[in-house]
Design a binder for this molecule. Structure first.
Ligand code: 5RP
Length: 235
């Protein structure tokens, strides 16, 4: 499955491969979104096919659901599963306290709901995602389309009162149209450079009318598995 990989893909693959060791028969497993999570879904598919692993997968996006079905994983909804044993997902950044920025792939809302409904969240990431301070990666904020420009302006106003270096905000685009999430919402990316108080930022953002959720995952992740380009894995 892994063939000849670039160092970055090898890093993602080895982290994903190690993470599936945590999956046991009968588990309800949250399946993350993104290129690293896609490796994990393929690795799980291999275990289902070749070793008869029996799990139910709860995908965090339509594209993950499609891939999971393709590789033979039984897919179910969160409402059906109700509670999950484990979620494995990627991240755009993680810090020493295992706080995350997620949503680079636009699936942060379902990802946060699924991870929060899990006994354990394991993040799989290449080493480049490790940071001492969150915020170099633009923080995705999911907003409802109704009045999105007003919501964006309110977000910008709120940033003035917070300790951040950058305050630029951009509507995420898909070509010439706004990017639309699985829930039918838009994403505003906040170019902050550095977030000194991620916990405060996460709480304050979610209080703005029109904001559905933000990409800061605080106290949700339990373990980060870090993959390196030479195939080394750290937990
Ligand atoms: C999607 C996410 C992804 O997990 C995050 O963007 C990392 O993606 P990749 O593994 O492709 O680098 O949060 O919403």
């Amino acid at each position: 499955m892994s063939g000849e990989l670039s160092p970055i893909d090898r890093a993602k693959f080895v982290a994903a491969k190690r993470a599936v060791d945590f999956v046991e028969d009968g588990m309800r497993v949250g399946l993350g979104t993104g290129s690293t999570a896609a490796w994990m879904v393929r690795c799980l598919g291999e275990l289902v096919r070749d070793e008869g692993l029996k799990i139910r997968g709860i995908p965090t996006s339509t594209r993950t659901a499609e891939l999971a079905r393709q590789v033979g994983i039984e897919v179910t909804s969160l409402d059906e599963a109700k509670w999950l044993d484990l979620t494995i997902d990627g991240a755009d950044e993680f810090d020493d306290e295992l706080n995350l920025i997620k949503g680079g792939g636009g699936a942060l809302l379902q990802e946060k709901i699924v991870a929060t409904a899990s006994d354990q969240m394991i993040v799989i990431a290449d080493v480049a995602k490790q940071v001492s301070n969150l915020g170099a990666f633009p923080l995705p904020v999911e907003v409802i389309p109704f009045g999105w420009q007003t919501t964006k302006a309110l977000v910008e106003e709120t940033l003035v009162s917070l300790d951040v270096l950058g305050r630029e905000t951009t509507l995420r685009m898909n070509g010439t149209s706004p990017f639309v999430t699985d829930e039918g919402n838009y994403i505003v990316d906040l170019h902050l450079n550095r977030i000194s108080n991620a916990r405060q930022m996460a709480l304050v953002m979610n209080q703005i009318p029109g904001v559905v959720e933000n990409g800061l995952f605080i106290d949700i992740c339990d373990v980060v598995i870090i993959g390196h380009g030479d195939g080394k894995v750290e937990i």
